[in-house]
Design a protein around this ligand. Structure first.
Ligand code: PHE
Length: 509
């Protein structure tokens, strides 16, 4: 039934009978529908209503059977009343035609002392007549849908004869503007209404001051941004300086060669790296402005030498190093390209002792890899990278630093595994036990940058540089319980997820 029809029906019913109980007038219509129609009428002051919640008692199938045929015990009694000699159990079952009724009924009839046993073990009636209270109760409940007292109801429920059901009904009364037809309501006062004077008799729709406003959608921070700002805070707390990572395109020189990645390395394959086709080629490495007076040419030559012929005590890779290869433009595959140029700049600095001062750098930004996209891989993601340069750093000291750093992210019990990076020696993958997954998961990659890389830059031999990297996506996915990376980044992201995702606090120690 459309609501309009029901509303009109209500008005007509109310015209004959006010107040009106909806459950009596419209017993088959769901209460939500009735309420919808009533609200519509009430908003026009045509009706007033109050909601009445009550419990209704309903007979179970067995209760229905008792209301019709009598209780089991009464049926047993009735069958025996006329059999003067008494009946055997088999005879009783034949007479009643229902073994179950006999089984339950004879027990109850004995307890009521309605029947007894003859010396030869037959059943016989022990009274002239009985009163079948259960049947009466069932009939009362059937006709009134209510029940005389709570104790009796509980008993009948336990016997599975009756169940109760919550009923919502409405006590409806005529309102101030009661009429049999719902008047058209005007929502706006128009020029036509003023001109014709029809506004005088028009009914205007009242303002609904309780209506909720339309949802506002202000900008929302992406979960990656939320986790990023927490991580930046950790780096700043630990005295790190943020590296300028505002360029996605790098030359092969900074992305690979400066990091002692040989030109034949599989990572430099087109299958792994995106090459830029226009322009194809970078300038020679140089500073961004005239304030950078470093000798990039010498550095370039050092890098060539260390790859091709070996230098600084290294035998090198011994292959013909190509300047062309080094100038190819790529979408950076890691932010370590930026770390390399920052370390080169550090090599130019002079501290109070005339040597490059210790430094701590970090960055969190986007990198690109030519990967097949699946649930855990995207062609672009974000890298969190840290670099510590200091004199006489030891690996043990740096492992302790990692404990502190990851501890601030709520990641504890680190384990290290030997790994290989062309630019670090030793290299260590960092693992942590993931309680949810019940296993060790890799959370980062790290290592001591190689002398081939650092000494080419002109950094002193005793300055050690430690670096590590992790993806921003992994801790974010763990934090927000996301298992498919495409729900986090890219065109399949649900904007409501962005809007509704809560602020993040990394559980700091
Ligand atoms: N560049 C490495 C990576 O992409 C991370 C790393 C940075 C490792 C610095 C060692 C040192 O996984």
């Amino acid at each position: 039934t459309p609501a309009g029809d029901l509303a009109t029906q209500i008005l007509h019913a109310l015209d004959k009978n006010s107040p009106l109980l909806s459950s009596a007038a419209f017993p088959t219509i769901p209460s939500t529908e009735v309420k919808g129609a009533l609200d519509r009428l009430a908003s026009r002051d045509m009706v007033k209503y109050e909601t009445i919640d009550r419990e209704e008692a309903i007979l179970e199938p067995e209760g229905e059977q008792i209301a019709a045929n009598g209780s089991h015990e009464a049926r047993v009694f009735e069958a025996l009343r006329t059999a003067v000699e008494g009946l055997t159990i088999q005879e009783l079952e034949t007479a009643i035609g229902d073994k179950n009724v006999v089984k339950i009924g004879q027990g109850r009839a004995f307890r009521e002392k309605w029947i007894s046993k003859t010396p030869d073990g037959k059943f016989k009636a022990a009274k002239e007549s009985i009163k079948d209270t259960t049947k009466e109760q069932m009939q009362t409940i059937q006709s009134t849908k209510s029940y005389p007292d709570a104790k009796m109801l509980a008993d009948l429920k336990k016997r599975k004869l009756v169940r109760t059901q919550k009923i919502i009904s409405f006590n409806i009364q005529k309102g101030e503007k009661f009429a049999l037809k719902i008047p058209e309501v005007a929502t706006d006062l128009t020029a036509d209404m003023i001109a014709s004077g029809s506004w005088k008799s028009a009914t205007f729709k009242g303002y609904n001051f309780k209506a909720l406003g339309a949802d506002q959608h202000p900008g929302a921070l992406h979960p990656l941004n939320k986790v990023r700002s927490e991580l930046r805070q950790i780096f700043f707390e630990m005295g790190f300086q943020e590296m300028p990572t505002d360029k996605f395109v790098e030359s092969g020189f900074w992305n690979f060669d400066a990091l002692f990645v040989p030109q034949q390395h599989p990572a430099r394959d087109m299958q792994d790296t995106f090459y830029v086709s226009d322009p194809k080629e970078a300038d020679m490495p140089r500073g961004e402005d005239s304030s950078d007076t470093a000798d990039y040419k010498t550095y370039w030559d050092n890098v060539k030498d260390v790859h091709q012929d070996g230098k600084y005590g290294s035998i090198g890779y011994r292959y013909p190093w190509s300047g062309e290869e080094s100038k190819k433009l790529v979408l950076r595959t890691h932010t370590t390209a930026i770390s390399a140029s920052m370390l080169y700049k550090l090599a130019q600095q002079k501290g109070p002792d005339g040597r490059p001062p210790p430094a701590r750098y970090f960055s969190i930004d986007r990198v690109f890899r030519n990967e097949t996209v699946d649930a855990t891989h995207l062609a672009e993601f974000h890298q969190v990278e840290g670099v510590i340069a200091d004199y006489d750093l030891t690996l043990g000291g740096l492992m302790e630093f990692m404990d502190i750093f990851f501890g601030k992210m709520g990641i504890t019990d680190l384990k290290y595994k030997c790994a290989y990076n062309p630019y670090t020696e030793p290299s260590m993958e960092i693992f942590s036990y993931h309680k949810g997954l019940g296993k060790l998961v890799e959370i980062g990659n790290s290592g001591m940058f190689r002398a081939e890389m650092l000494e080419s830059m002109g950094l002193p031999k005793d300055m050690r540089v430690f670096g590590w990297g992790l993806s921003l996506e992994r801790p974010t996915m763990i934090k927000y319980g996301i298992s498919n990376i495409r729900e986090l980044l890219g065109h399949k992201v649900d904007l409501n997820f962005m809007r509704n995702s809560p602020a993040v606090r990394l559980d700091k120690e």
